[in-house]
Ligand binder design. Structure first.
Ligand SMILES: [Zn+2]
Length: 97
């Protein structure tokens, strides 16, 4: 998942505000899983909107979106690497694309 600094940069580009406190809250190492839980978006979203307004709420959702995207890209990359290694191990040649 992107480090906090990356989220700050994305928020700054989108809104002119880095929402540092918000991104640090989401990525708190002790509560990370809970705060990325999409079933809690409604509950946390209300709280975040009260504190940071509509833009803050949007940046919270964007943070989770960007993390999901990065995580899946990473997973696909790892899978393709493992697949390639496994095929090579058994001498299966890669098909031309
Ligand atoms: Zn995160």
């Amino acid at each position: 998942m992107p480090p906090v600094e990356k989220h700050l940069k994305i928020s700054t580009e989108r809104t002119g505000n880095d929402f540092r406190e918000l991104h640090e809250w989401i990525d708190d190492p002790e509560k990370k899983a809970e705060r990325h839980d999409i079933t809690k978006i409604h509950e946390y979203g209300r709280m975040i909107e009260e504190k940071y307004g509509e833009k803050g709420l949007q940046e919270y959702i964007q943070h989770i979106h960007d993390d999901v995207k990065a995580k899946f890209e990473h997973t696909v990359h790892d899978f393709e690497k493992a697949m390639k290694e496994t095929l090579a191990y058994f001498g299966v040649k890669e098909r031309e694309k």
